[in-house]
Design a binder for this molecule. Sequence first.
Ligand code: C2E
Ligand code: CA
Ligand code: CA
Length: 352
Amino acid sequence: ACLQQVLAEPYVIGGVELRSTASIGVVSNHGQYSCANDLIRDADVAMYESKRAGRGSYLVFDTSMRDQVQRQLKLEADLGMAIENGQLSLAYQPIVSLESGEIYGVEALLRWQHPEDGWISPEEFIPIAEDSGLIQNICDWVVFEGCCQLIQWDTELGAAAPNSISLNLSPRQFANFEVAKRVAQVLHDTGVDPSRIVFELTESALMSDPDIAAKVLQRIKDLGSRIALDDFGIGNSSFASLHRFPVDILKFDRSFINGIQEERDLASLVHSIAVLARNLGICTVAEGVEVPEQFLAVRELGCDMAQGYLIAKPLTPDGFAEFAVGQNPAVPSGVGAIIFQNRWEDKIDLSV
Ligand code: C2E
Ligand code: CA
Ligand code: CA
């Protein structure tokens, strides 16, 4: 830490004051290393780990770090082949209207079935894809696959097909205009109506370069697609983003929704944001709705839509078709409310 303090001292070059920080990896040798290269390799691993934890810190190496790095390297190598080998798939989670219970759309969630390790969570492999640059190809695949699925449901389900599909975009893609071009190309290739596509991204994706991000988003909007601000309520979410960026949908993070029953402050915050969003013409989705009380609470607080295990877990394409046909037959408007009641009565007492 003392070394870091010294290194953090500002210095002047050409009249400009500069500051830099140091990320340090530490390794101690109690006789287990016989070769300097091994020692340096492990110090390097600890240094990268400390960089990841936040710049300007230090970490002492332990063997779990090496296992972690080895797993990442292995997954990175395997991920490169995953698309070609047909190991990626999308799961679809319904998003329903809190008022009528009708299915508004689905969110596509990426799944990777690894030949040896089984299902691997996107929380683990998306960051690897981002670091290795594979994310671009994966994103293209997700957009393509999602659009094709939507077209297939149209044929199979007719009026019970979801109106829209939400696709997640990675923060790393917002550093340049490439993403808008690629997305436009895939939408064009599949022939899907762009207004049925929602692109979800987190605020952090927009904040590293807000000016470029705003332009990229506008290009996506110009295609006719909509933008959802994902995971709202965690990190440094701010109201400012709602009018700074062309946002159509705001998704309350599930940690936010989890807390509303215990914390009244959170509930009133959700309510205020929902009202503000509505005034700005932005639709709100409560994520991670797991129990009926949460469903009723978010409805009461003025959210427009809900998504979560209570309604359905992420489903296979066939699972979704079954859900849509069983729960949401093609009904004229107005009848939806009755179906809604039938549909939820075993789970929720609507007289509350
Ligand atoms: P996310 O976009 O916030 O997705 C919602 C996550 O919450 C999903 O996890 C979903 O399965 C889970 N979830 C839904 N309802 C509930 C609930 O009621 N309770 C609980 N506890 N969890 C619920 P999943 O599928 O593991 O995805 C995790 C994250 O991975 C996503 O978070 C998203 O950030 C990322 N991701 C998934 N698919 C893609 C993709 O195609 N592209 C990119 N770039 N990221 C993706
Ligand atoms: Ca999402
Ligand atoms: Ca989310």
